[in-house]
Design a protein around this ligand. Sequence first.
Ligand code: HEC
Length: 149
Amino acid sequence: MRRTIVVVGTLLLGVGAVMAQQEIAVQQDNLMRSQAKSLYTVIQKMTKGDIPYNQKAVDEALTNLEADVAKIAKTFEVNPKQDVVNAKFGASQKIWQNKADFDSKIPPVQKAIADVKGKVKDVASLKAAYTSVNDRCTDCHETYRLKLK
Ligand code: HEC
């Protein structure tokens, strides 16, 4: 009886840990998706003319992006050791073998955003801003993001 309780308890703890790990992976993915919303759904679409240029939306997108990027280091502190179920992209285990190098990819993104913030005034300057920020996102993805499907 006592043994059964211990076994069931251990199993429950195991399930809890797996769920917590999936939750961490989801949080990390959600942060990236939120960044994508600002940079791709708003800014990139405007550069392509898919949606009309809107100064307020540009300024908001850059402000949101800045806030999100500042959360990357902390959000990726814990290794979830699993991917989000059905995700297209996953986090490389290299992140947690070399977290300092991973973190070093963040300030260049912040600098690219700071450099263009308040200076974007039209589609042409938005295009330049998009490229300079996106190139810095890519610098991290090349090493630390895995394509799963
Ligand atoms: C310091 C590293 C790093 C930086 C900087 C970074 N990312 Fe990521 N990104 C990752 C990792 C790791 C993943 C894969 C794991 C995940 O999705 O959480 C990822 C995944 C993504 C995904 C795929 C999400 C999905 O599952 O569909 C998008 C979109 C994305 N990032 C956008 C951005 C944008 C936009 C920026 C720049 C503003 C950016 N990222 C900056 C590390 C980074």
